[in-house]
Design a protein around this ligand. Structure first.
Ligand SMILES: Cc1cc2nc3c(=O)[nH]c(=O)nc-3n(C[C@H](O)[C@H](O)[C@H](O)COP(=O)(O)OP(=O)(O)OC[C@H]3O[C@@H](n4cnc5c(N)ncnc54)[C@H](O)[C@@H]3O)c2cc1C
Length: 378
């Protein structure tokens, strides 16, 4: 005899990637999902990012395990939805000797094989990616890194879910109140509409204030603001995502390597804590970034100097003028500042807040959501 689990109603508040992954996995587990989002279409971090599914940067141990699990889930979800998932891999390019030594050591790490790390010479890089025809000494290739299209992602996932009558999507539903009662978990919108379910996940991204603020009081969590850009389409294909050597400073995978030998960052790169990340989009353009701003109140303006720096780094790597930057935007994410990989708090039995995925929130999203689904025994 098969024992059939009773179908539950799961309320998900937040239409970003982590909320949407909660909806996806709950639906896949056979449950009814009511998905609530304050904006008409989500406008937050999940559509402003690079779309990187970045395994290479994950810290050894639990974070890498979560990253690899997420990578497996992303591939399976990508096969069932129009989100532009591709297992394109990445190149972290060294432009000076200390960077080269660090990527050489990274390729020898005990978990290098799990990540798909491989050290490439400068000639290998030019053969593999003729666009990278400029100054570099070699690159760390990561074959497990992947990418999705932020412009397709949330819509693509929802379109696939809407084919299932157990899923409903409610944009423009700004949750302002939450109450637990004997009949379950109830939220109320700013328009006074009530929605109830057996279980509820609050996945609000960087919205740490409002009706949830009491639960964030004293929490090891902060907001981070980034500046990003998009270029005109490249004339040719760049199949890997690309990171410059500055990225080695920011990703915890490399934290025990000889970072002290790196020359200090200078000028705007130091001021704005910059690295180059570059992903070619399906239309041939490139998403580029980024800067990091940690102290609120954040700058309300888009500063130009970071783009001049990025253009210089790109033209140095390409050995050709950088493509023109035609769009600029910023984004804010929520980041856990403790040793926890992300922020999870059960506020009542069956009601959980999940956020704080930081600059790895897109990469880890399906595995973070899976932890909620498992915790609920679904
Ligand atoms: C510029 C930038 C680049 C990045 N690049 C990458 C990358 O390449 N790879 C990577 O792994 N990560 C990246 N990140 C991080 C990643 O984008 C985030 O960690 C992730 O998108 C967070 O997803 P989320 O669903 O938690 O939050 P969000 O995307 O912020 O979504 C939260 C949603 O909840 C809704 N909401 C909030 N409060 C309410 C309410 N009361 N009622 C109803 N709805 C509500 C909001 O409107 C919003 O749509 C980047 C982030 C930024 C800003």
């Amino acid at each position: 005899m098969f024992s059939k689990k009773k179908s539950k109603t799961i309320v998900v508040v937040g239409g970003g990637v982590i909320g949407t992954m909660h909806a996806w996995l709950a639906l896949e587990a056979g449950h009814k999902v009511v998905h609530l989002e304050r904006d008409l279409a989500p406008q937050s971090a999940s559509i402003r990012n690079f779309g990187l599914v970045w395994v290479s940067g994950r810290e050894a141990g639990a974070e890498l395990a979560l990253g690899l699990r997420a990578r497996t889930l992303w591939e399976a979800i990508g096969a069932k939805s129009e989100i532009g998932f591709r297992a394109n891999g990445s190149l972290t390019v060294a432009q000076n000797e200390p960077e080269l030594e660090i990527i050489r050591a990274a390729a020898q790490l005990p978990d290098a094989q799990d990540r798909g790390f491989e050290l490439l010479t400068s000639n290998d890089v030019k053969k593999l990616e003729p666009v990278l025809n400029g100054n570099h000494l070699g690159a760390l290739r990561c074959t497990t890194d992947a990418a999705v299209e932020p412009s397709l992602l949330l819509h693509g996932l929802r379109t696939a879910m809407l084919a299932n009558e157990k899923y409903s999507w409610h944009p423009h539903f700004d949750v302002v109140k939450y109450k637990k009662s004997d009949s379950g978990h109830t939220v109320k919108s700013s328009d006074g509409v009530k929605v109830s379910g057996d279980l509820i996940a609050f996945v609000p991204g960087a919205a740490h204030k409002g009706f949830l603020s009491e639960y964030f009081e004293g929490a090891a969590i902060r907001k981070v603001r980034l500046q990003m850009g998009a270029t005109t389409p490249l004339a040719s294909q760049l199949s890997h995502s690309v990171a410059d050597g500055d990225s080695l400073r920011y990703y915890p995978a490399f934290k025990d390597l000889a970072l002290h030998t790196l020359p200090p960052q200078t000028g705007v790169a130091a001021e704005r804590k910059m690295q180059l990340l570059l992903v070619q989009r399906l239309d041939g353009s490139c998403t580029i970034g980024d800067t990091h701003e940690y102290i609120e109140p954040f700058d309300h303006e888009i500063q130009e100097a970071p783009y001049e720096h990025l253009s210089q780094v790109i033209s140095n790597l390409f050995g050709a003028p950088s493509p023109k930057i035609v769009r600029r935007w910023d984004g804010v994410y929520s980041q856990s500042t403790s040793s926890d990989i992300y922020f999870r708090k059960e506020i009542e039995k069956g009601a959980v807040i999940v956020t704080g995925g930081g600059g790895r929130g897109n990469s880890l999203a399906p595995a973070i959501a899976e932890e909620t689904i498992h915790a609920w025994g679904l």
